[in-house]
Design a protein around this ligand. Structure first.
Ligand code: ZN
Length: 116
């Protein structure tokens, strides 16, 4: 893989040479130098794209090789949340769930508070 900067520098040098050749009315070398500059510029562009693609593939491979990150919450927290939802769904009303069965919502619940 050729360095794209060297190719771009060559294209610039060919362009400057073509200008000098054109100033000397040497049209055939000027046209040849312009053509060479175009070829070098196109090759530099392709090399730059290939290097960028190789760099992106290397980064993807590096990311794929890394171990997966730890989950943000501990597994016990998931179990606790699941248990809380189960208790909430089993409760007759929100007041009963909040007071662990000690109180009931008198407007919406027919449950009775345990006798103390
Ligand atoms: Zn209730």
């Amino acid at each position: 893989m050729t360095d794209h900067r060297a190719l771009a520098a060559g294209a610039a040098l060919f362009t400057v040479s073509a200008v000098y050749a054109a100033q000397s009315h040497a049209w055939l070398p000027a046209v040849g130098l312009v053509h060479g500059a175009g070829l070098l510029a196109a090759r530099a562009r392709r090399e730059r794209a290939a290097q960028r693609c190789a760099r992106a593939l290397a980064q993807r491979a590096e990311l794929a090789a890394r171990p997966s990150p730890e989950p943000p919450f501990a597994p016990s927290l998931f179990q606790e949340v699941s248990r809380g939802w189960t208790e909430l769904n089993a409760a007759c009303c929100l007041h009963a769930w909040l007071s662990r069965g000690g109180e009931h919502d008198p407007a919406h619940c027919r449950g009775t508070a345990p006798a103390t």
